[in-house]
Design a binder for this molecule. Sequence first.
Ligand code: ZN
Length: 580
Amino acid sequence: MSDFIVSARKYRPITFDNVVGQLSITTTLKNAIENQKLAHAYLFTGPRGVGKTTCARIFAKTINCFNLDESFDPCNECESCLSFNKNRSYNIHELDAASNNSVEDIRSLIEQVRIPPQVGKYSVYIIDEVHMLSSAAFNAFLKTLEEPPPHVVFILATTEKNKILATILSRCQIFDFNRITVDDSVDFLSKIAIKEKIEVNLEALNVIAQKADGAMRDALSFFDQIVSFSGKKISYQNVIDNLNVLDYDYYFRLTDAFAENDIPRALLIFNSILEKGFDGHHFITGLGEHFRNLLVSKDNKTLELLEVGASIKEKYKKQANNSSVNFLFKALQISSNCDINYKNSRNKRLHIELSLLQMCDILKQKEKQEIIKKVVNEKKEKLENEKIVNEKKENLEDKKIEIKKIEIKQNEKIEIKKEEEKKPNIKKSKLSSLIKKREEKKLKKISDFEEKNISELEINKDFNEKDIKNNIEEFANSIKEDENLNVILKSINPVLKENFLIELNVNSNIAEKRVKEKHNKLLEFFRRNLKNNKIELNIKIIKNIEKISQKRLSKIDKYNYLKNKNPKISSMKSMFDLGF
Ligand SMILES: [Zn+2]
């Protein structure tokens, strides 16, 4: 059994053609050798265990081989090749920068670089994990890297290209090494198995390749580990047990439990996983990967992203067909959240169990959501109907408002029309009176009168009885043709009372009648000419005068009348003892 333990070393590739999964890199390197176009410095980057150092060694061996074969592979027979294969060549120098990263380490390397090789043409310096060099060491190294002696080839290797200074990158030919695919790993492992006469199924190798996660070196050491434990017959179960890999089957069964909303079963499966000693975090990341695999199995185009053996692939396809994308997506989200928060959770078991419950609930949630959706849709419909009704109502209201607006406008128009109709009426009446006045007075123009008339309405000017007398005369002069009235008017003695009341006292019924006929005209005349629109007229007969003049007075009456006028008459009467 012990010889299997070293299979990693035993099956380490000795030519570029044996290198697994890096075909483009090995081809390019071979072409360079063939065309004798070697660079002074190379940078090999990529994940650990993918063949960087192996390729560097093969490269060093090849460029130092004395008898390169037709395909420019090392002969593995010459002195140089043999020393390389036995790991005692002086043409190759390996420096692990992770532990030798000081300026002194680099300086001693630079010293060494100057010495030409004793055997072969080239000294190859492999600096592994070159990103670990201190910046001082980098700077010390820079000049040598720029102009190395012609017999020197530098091969810098790193897993973290982003940490390499640009000044280094620009001086190197860069090769990016790929993660080795599961298929390539399985392929290589099965070749070894055949050579070693080990009975193994592909599922088992698949688990090994997956566990190695793209690193061939790891895959080989896992293989050794299982062979040493299980012998020449390796089963899937051997691998699962040995590598502490969680069987796919757990995840398939769990997914079934989620789909059936079977919470007890899900919790029991998880319990059995823990009982087998699996780490909870490992389980939850594996579960996430399972959902991811189911998602890529939904489509034939993405099926090639599934890195599993053929029989498990079929299982994935079957379960993917029974799962909705929505479910897988939600489950993936839940497991991802569980993964992210795992470290911070206090009760890690409960943390995972809660996530499992949530996964069981996804489909139920979906049912619920569908019910909710239905209800929401019904409500929406109802609301929309109400909306339509409301809109109709609103339209009605709007129409009502518009009708009202129109009514108001029409009313306004009518009002305006009325106003407009009124105005000319006023004007007309004023005009007609004006025309008459003009006929009477022939003084002013219509427009003048209008203006005056309007201004009159606003004035209450003071005046006296003399003003009235003058106005009456003026009025009388305007109707000279009516001689009778003219005389009557001129005989009037006007009296001004309070509140612009003008008393026109006449001495006969006829006079009263004639003057009253002209009442309105007189009033208008006074108001206009005296500039006072509060003027009122009171035409009346002074009856005393008429009675005195018209009555046949007795002697006593005459005496009393005279006595009133002159009280001295009474004393005179008694003095002379007069009688009637
Ligand atoms: Zn050789």
